[in-house]
Design a protein around this ligand. Structure first.
Ligand code: ADP
Ligand code: MG
Length: 494
């Protein structure tokens, strides 16, 4: 497309964006990290050989009975509390009846009229704007098995390992108004489920899944437009791309005077397009009824209190604490709080030092660069948080400066993680020279070397001090104690 074409295109979308409001509601499924399935002892782990986690209960053999997994309830309550939901204390499970080959029982056990969490909000930030997206509900349900359509040319294969694995379905109100907001919303939910350690949040592996309901309406319209529901969004980026595509498609339909059909569509990431799976004229009839094999369950006040007490500090509060109490930069606080494992590492460093700023500098500088370079997670980082705190201490004590510590000592430590930073500093002769005699000799050498510059300095060009300090640093190979250098220079020149 030429520049002119691009310009026209941008122009058109500005007009359209001015005319229509985009409305999005998201349904996110989060597979819970419980050891066993929702109603039996089969392992809920991902990635095992097909059909190895399938007891007669998973296979729905006659005469088998379900037994509820208490851990799943606890996880649901955790998320509900973290999202400021009302927790339903009188619960029951219902059967949602439909036929599909990956559903051995012929019904899915789900919560129908009593979702365990109601209301609540998800805080999102796009640019500088903070919004609280209302939740409709969070309910517990069991997952279905998996149909494998390309494992065999002639048949569809079924893997029932996933059948019965506990899920939370997190349903938002139609409060989101752009693909950026949807992106921020899913990112926030993923951070939170990982933070609480209730779901691994891996969209690529399907342990977190998202369906996007999208409609558009004229800006001053109050009634919701007809929605389409887009499935198969297997990354947060694809949630955004699919919404962008779909919004343009809906606008084109409306602009050409046609009517939007309520449809379920699928996203094809390779082609960046969506296609219709089915049209929904009327609501499905699942013939819900309370599962007679499962007794209703009550959440007691004690249980609720216990879960509440077990919640870790949440990212939002922690970010605030880091900024106000620890005086960290907004960006640093935000990056660290983006990931619980980073927070845990940071908190472990500051067990041993009060120099929060230095701890962050180590984490955001040398440590992060190393992790990026090795494409590694902080959980497999070879040095302990305590070792990093020792490095912080070594610099704070004036034994080495940060640049030597972060280049030479850090690298040597990575090669020999059992050594102490001090040991390496001594072995490699990197300790700062704090002996005033030797430092004075370096300072004098520099003064003698640069008579012209010294003259300029004395006649008022005070900025030159940096040059002298740098020169001392250079001839001392970084070993001169800089506090002492500054002091001596000041004495000799002023
Ligand atoms: P269903 O169970 O049929 O999928 P729900 O009423 O539970 O339908 O809604 C599912 C999701 O769709 C919710 O997140 C809701 O906010 C969203 N939604 C409903 N109507 C619209 C609409 N007109 N435009 C955008 N999103 C919508
Ligand atoms: Mg739906």
């Amino acid at each position: 497309m030429g520049d002119r074409g691009k310009l026209l295109c941008t122009f058109a979308s500005v007009i359209k964006n001015d005319k229509y409001q985009v409305v999005i509601g998201l349904e996110v499924h989060a597979q819970l990290l419980t050891k066993s399935k929702l109603f039996c002892g089969d392992s809920a782990a991902f990635g095992a050989a097909p059909n190895t986690h399938i007891s007669p209960i998973t296979l729905a053999h006659p005469g088998t009975l379900p037994k509820m997994n208490k851990e799943a309830i606890e996880y649901a309550v955790k998320l509900g509390l973290a999202l400021h939901c009302d927790i339903e204390q009188q619960n029951y499970f219902a059967r949602k009846n439909y036929f599909y080959p990956d559903l051995p029982k012929g019904y899915q056990v789900s919560q129908h009229t009593t979702p365990i969490c109601k209301n609540g909000t998800v805080r999102i930030k796009t640019g500088e704007i903070v919004r609280h997206i209302r939740l409709n509900r969070i309910h517990i349900e069991e997952d279905a098995g998996k149909s494998l359509h390309d494992a065999n040319d002639l048949y569809t294969s079924i893997d029932l390992n996933r059948a019965g694995v506990p899920l939370l379905e997190i349903v938002s109100e139609p409060d989101l108004h752009s693909s950026e907001e949807a992106f921020a919303y899913v990112t926030e939910l993923r951070r939170l489920v990982r933070w609480l350690n209730i779901c691994d949040g891996n969209m690529e592996e399907g342990s977190m899944r998202c369906d996007a309901n999208i409609s558009i309406r004229l800006k001053d319209e109050t009634k919701l437009g007809t929605r389409v529901e887009v499935k198969n969004l297997n990354s947060i980026r694809n949630v955004k791309r699919a919404i962008d595509f779909e919004v343009n498609r809906l606008i084109d339909i409306v602009e050409s005077g046609e009517k939007v059909l309520q449809q379920t569509r699928s996203y094809d990431a390779d082609a960046n397009t969506t296609f219709s799976l089915r049209s929904k004229e009327e609501a499905d009839d699942y013939r819900y009824f309370a599962d007679p094999d499962l007794t209703p369950f009550n959440i007691t006040d004690e249980f609720l209190q216990r879960v509440k007490a077990s919640l870790p500090a949440l990212p939002e509060e922690l970010e605030k604490k880091y900024k106000t109490e620890f005086c960290l930069a907004d960006y640093d606080a935000q990056v660290i709080c983006g990931d619980k494992t980073l927070v845990d590492f940071f908190e472990a460093i500051i067990q041993h030092t009060n120099n929060y700023k230095a701890a962050v500098n180590w984490l955001m500088g040398p440590v992060k660069s190393y992790l990026n370079e090795k494409d590694m997670d902080i959980s497999s980082f070879p040095l302990s948080p305590q070792k990093i705190s020792t490095l912080v201490q070594l610099v704070d004590d004036g034994k080495v400066n940060f640049s030597i510590a972060s280049s030479k000592i850090f690298t040597a430590l990575l090669a020999a993680p059992l050594k102490t930073p001090l040991q390496i500093a001594i072995e490699q002769n990197l300790l700062q020279e704090t002996d005033s005699g030797s430092v004075e000799a370096w300072v004098d050498e520099v003064i003698a070397k640069m008579p012209d510059k010294i003259k300029e300095y004395k006649s008022g060009k005070k900025g030159l001090i940096g040059l002298f300090v740098g020169e001392v640093k250079k001839i001392s190979k970084g070993k001169a104690d800089m506090n002492l250098v500054n002091k001596l220079l000041a004495e000799k020149l002023n």
